[in-house]
Design a protein around this ligand. Sequence first.
Ligand SMILES: C[S@@+](CC[C@H](N)C(=O)[O-])C[C@H]1O[C@@H](n2cnc3c(N)ncnc32)[C@H](O)[C@@H]1O
Length: 248
Amino acid sequence: MRGELTVEEYMAGLGVDMLHAGGMKRTEDLAEMCRVSRGKSVLDVGCGYGKTASFLVKKYGCEVFGLDISRRMIEGARKKVMEEHVRDIVHLLLGNAESMPFKDESFDVVISEGTTVFLEKEKALKEYVRVTKHGGYICLNELSWRKEPPRRAVERAFNDLQGVQPLKCEEWIKLLVDSGLEDVESRTYRYKSFSWDVIRSIGLHALVKVGVKHLIDSRIRRWISRQEAVFHNYSEYWGYGLYSGRKP
Ligand SMILES: C[S@@+](CC[C@H](N)C(=O)[O-])C[C@H]1O[C@@H](n2cnc3c(N)ncnc32)[C@H](O)[C@@H]1O
């Protein structure tokens, strides 16, 4: 839509360096579900500004590859890993999740936060499985419908949330099972746009910037209110989940 902000413009405009449900608290839960630990190689698909990549390296001592289709995101992520002093351990690449520039069985762990929901899901999962080593884990953090949504909710989500196409919680689980993963686990949550965990994750500085931008920038204001309306109007349907499985 003309005049509509992209996810990158929104994140860059606000100085928000992560955009996934539940904030970094859920990233820790996700890392635990897929057994991230020292020495493991982890791929973050749709790495955005590299916050998760930097966090995982610092907290767990693993090596992280971040892939994103947006040049602007990858440039932002390069800045972030420099600031965080992890640029030698985080490797950032421009590329498409649905056709990744990696050899088969390259990673111990493949994660993706707030990204697969935008993609052709079977195709993306096939790629995630292909690049995961046997015995390795895949874990997603994705928006999910808690129950069958009305058609209007699905349309509003697609139109007002930059093309998201969430699945129901049980459909995400089925997607992982049908992709050949074993020991599939899920943790599901109600969605809240502003939980303390999210506020803590984006930080006070970014929060103040959001407030100021909201006042002075009409595009940002429109973007936020359209997003909020979709979540608010259909709040009983919105959830998100962590979904993990092991490649046999
Ligand atoms: C909502 S943002 C989430 C970013 C990051 N994972 C986070 O949690 O902050 C979605 C990200 O997916 C990326 N993306 C969208 N389609 C993609 C694709 N086909 N391949 C790789 N990345 C993609 C976008 O550029 C964006 O950085």
